[in-house]
Design a protein around this ligand. Sequence first.
Ligand SMILES: [Zn+2]
Length: 105
Amino acid sequence: MRKPIEEKTDKIRQRLSDLLNEGPMLPGSIKKQWNVCGMPGCRCKDPNDPRKHGPYFQLSFTLAGKSTSMFVKEEEFALMMVMTERYRRFKALSLLLVHRLPPAQ
Ligand SMILES: [Zn+2]
């Protein structure tokens, strides 16, 4: 007879496996940002109606203890969002699996 803990972890393992089959993952989060440049008289510094440059999409992540960020092209934004969301689900599921494992005897 199977123990309930194994049934629970089996479900999580299956969900993890499904997730891995969905496609590649990307750590971190993507933020939309607008910038102000240094050019005098530019629209971004207009005293009455400042219009910043952008939006720019920036991916920031920490991997192996190292923080990195990079710009993402607008046409890649949607795909990158899917990939970072996938990684978030991967981390959450992995944590569930670890928490459900029985402690060492
Ligand atoms: Zn400007």
